[in-house]
Design a protein around this ligand. Sequence first.
Ligand SMILES: NC(=O)c1ccc[n+]([C@@H]2O[C@H](COP(=O)([O-])OP(=O)(O)OC[C@H]3O[C@@H](n4cnc5c(N)ncnc54)[C@H](OP(=O)(O)O)[C@@H]3O)[C@@H](O)[C@H]2O)c1
Length: 246
Amino acid sequence: MTSQMDGDMAIVIGASGGVGRALIAALRLDHRYQHVVGLSRQRPPDMFDDARQTWLEANILDASSLLLAARRVAALGMPTRVIVATGALHGPSLSPEKSLRALSADALAEGFAINAIGPALVARHFLPAMPRDRVSVFAALSARVGSIADNRAGGWYGYRASKAALNMIVRTAAIEHARTHPLGVCVAVHPGTVATPLSRPFIGRTPPSRLFTPQVAAGHVLRVLDGLGPEATGGFYAWDGAAIPW
Ligand SMILES: NC(=O)c1ccc[n+]([C@@H]2O[C@H](COP(=O)([O-])OP(=O)(O)OC[C@H]3O[C@@H](n4cnc5c(N)ncnc54)[C@H](OP(=O)(O)O)[C@@H]3O)[C@@H](O)[C@H]2O)c1
């Protein structure tokens, strides 16, 4: 362990999600982090505040709630890991579209709000709070289907497009962040296919070897982030550390 990591803090936005909860559990076991902060709309039942863990209410679509959360985080310390683990693929008014005929303006707007605009607001409020004097990583969980170059199967218009938009936001924020935080890393990460409520309706034919538990996926994501240095900023990485083409 290096002394530069002493007293580090990690933040997970989307603390109530499948991957988000597993990230928090894994970060708590990593004693480089003196404090782990989870943000979500509602407190997850197993997330109690203690000397090393704090839960804060935040809705990624409400800039004022993010501002308030960022102020409370600043009072706790400086985050060296910020992981945006929010996202939506389906819901009461959201369903992956198989064809152009299935497109709806409202569903597209909802998907873009959750998958692209929310994480952009998180970056706006949390990237400036990261330290300038040491390596720190801001990561937004994206999805390989957001890669334009990798799109061979089509379908899922809204989810694909909103994740592609997220990737551009991450890339653009990385360029701006590097001007003030030369040691900062700002990336998009694909966690693989993970057995969570987000993927549940769609994982039927996923081979077991390609379907990760949230715990395994969290381990992969944290390992990838640990391996990134400032030269990696602005990139899009898979769960195994491989770069994904835009
Ligand atoms: N699971 C997969 O196979 C897979 C594959 C590729 C990429 N990903 C990406 O990985 C990330 C995590 O997904 P997951 O599988 O863990 O999904 P999940 O279990 O459905 O969790 C999604 C999280 O997003 C939060 N969220 C949605 N809208 C929000 C809002 N307005 N404000 C605050 N939080 C909001 C949810 O909070 P509530 O509990 O309040 O709704 C929940 O914490 C997502 O970005 C997803 O796109 C997942």
